[in-house]
Design a protein around this ligand. Structure first.
Ligand SMILES: Cc1cc2nc3c(=O)[nH]c(=O)nc-3n(C[C@H](O)[C@H](O)[C@H](O)COP(=O)(O)OP(=O)(O)OC[C@H]3O[C@@H](n4cnc5c(N)ncnc54)[C@H](O)[C@@H]3O)c2cc1C
Length: 391
């Protein structure tokens, strides 16, 4: 089966940054993308918060990311990942173009727009219902449209739509927006924008194309018609993580849980960008995640390959597991290295927590004797001489 050191799933800002860092670290990198490389930003008009570039279109920034990643020659492949499974300890990625084995994986599949789920939404999608102002806004020149939602994306995109539409209603279930203050102030000073507070969409109606939304006031229960030609839905996101459901730990509807090295609950599988459980989902945080995940994957691959060879293959190995954040243990490790040069394999147990768990090492520092990967003996070590009898 085809095998790579690092397979990145998704080529948005997180995946493309991971590809840059992974290749620069010397890994053999394969990037799998089911759609257009660039991710969600390809459908946003203006990005004002990518540091160093006060204003850039999403499409341009996506192109710059792609071209930058291509300079380091990762392999790009158009493929949709359907499942990731662990088979006899091997990480297998099942795609619509065949199976691939990976030493390490970065899941960077981002998130997608949530649907309203009301009658008319599915029928009129592409006939007045849209989830992308940049893609479809220009079709509504001098017409009235409604934006549904109250977060940053809804309010920003409503403002953008006023370039084309004669009027933009923002239908929101509460009586104030959740968006950032600056975003709200800009939109509210736009005379073409009119908020419709405390309201939810009951259904979307029309003949061939959308003609109106039927809304319900959640405070009074009153039902009324809002005549519009277009409905732009921005009511939140869901993570693209179904293909690892049941494999990695997730939170609140599928957001992948990671630690600060962006490791998931499965060894060698990392998650970066919008798909993970995090505070802020933006281009800059996705790119930062991509860098961290790729470097953590690099450290995992090199360490695992090295440790596999020196720890688990020989017939007898004495190894000293210590914590690299405890000064006393670092000193002890250095002294052991000096005294027993090459006779004792030093392993940073702090960085290799999962290996410690596998070997049953529950406290550090500890010395172990292994026979072809099986623990034969372990001993708590307080001074250099304590290890002598194991060698
Ligand atoms: C309308 C809009 C406006 C925005 N404006 C801003 C802004 O002004 N500033 C800002 O910082 N952020 C903005 N964002 C947010 C920003 O776009 C995201 O935070 C960022 O794109 C997340 O990057 P990502 O790489 O994690 O995921 P994404 O960009 O979602 O990329 C994920 C990629 O994975 C691919 N993929 C998914 N599933 C699979 C699969 N199973 N197999 C293979 N490939 C798969 C997708 O096709 C996609 O290309 C905006 C988002 C939207 C939608």
């Amino acid at each position: 089966m085809e095998k790579h050191e690092l397979v990145i799933v998704g080529a948005g800002p997180a995946g493309l940054t991971a590809a840059i860092y992974g290749r620069r670290a010397g890994l053999d990198v394969l990037v799998l993308e089911k759609g257009i490389a660039g991710g969600q930003i390809t459908v946003t008009a203006e990005i004002e918060n990518w540091p160093g570039t006060p204003m850039i279109s999403g499409e341009e920034l996506a192109r710059a990311f792609r071209e930058h990643a291509e300079r380091f020659s990762p392999e790009f492949r158009e493929a949709e990942v359907k499942k990731i499974s662990i088979d006899a300890g091997k990480k297998i990625i099942v795609t619509d173009k065949g199976d691939i084995e990976a030493e390490s994986i970065v899941i960077a599949t981002g998130a997608r727009f949530r649907k309203l789920g009301c009658p008319g939404e599915a029928e009129f999608t592409g006939r007045g219902v849209s989830y992308c102002a940049v893609c479809d806004g220009a079709f509504f020149e001098d017409q009235v449209v409604a934006v549904i939602g109250g977060g940053n994306t809804a309010v920003e995109e409503a403002d953008y739509l006023t370039r084309f539409a004669s009027k933009v209603y923002i239908v929101h279930r509460r009586d104030s927006f959740r968006a950032d203050r600056a975003v709200v102030e800009k939109a509210m000073s736009n005379p073409k924008i009119e908020p419709v507070w405390n309201s939810v969409v009951e259904r979307i109606e029309g003949e061939d194309m959308v003609e109106k939304v039927v809304i319900k006031n959640v405070k009074t229960g009153e039902i009324s018609d809002l005549p519009v030609a277009g409905v732009f839905v921005f009511v939140g996101m869901d993570p693209n993580s179904e293909f690892v459901k049941g494999l990695v730990e997730m939170k609140d509807g599928g957001w992948i849980v990671t630690n600060d090295r962006l490791e998931t609950s499965v060894e060698g599988i990392f998650a970066a960008g919008d798909v993970r459980d995090k505070f802020l989902r933006q281009v800059v945080t996705a790119a930062g995640d991509g860098a961290t995940a790729a470097m953590a994957a690099y450290s995992y691959v090199s360490e695992q390959l090295h440790l596999q060879k020196v720890l688990f293959e020989p017939e007898k190995v004495v190894s000293f597991f210590y914590s690299s954040i405890e000064p006393e243990q670092i000193k002890l490790a250095t002294d052991i290295e000096k005294t027993y040069h090459r006779k004792v394999i030093l392993v940073d147990g702090y960085k290799n927590k999962r290996m410690c768990e596998k070997l049953g090492i529950d406290e550090l520092p500890k010395a172990v004797v292994l026979n072809k990967g099986t623990l034969v003996r372990s001993k708590k070590i307080l001074g250099v001489q304590d290890i002598e009898e194991l060698i």
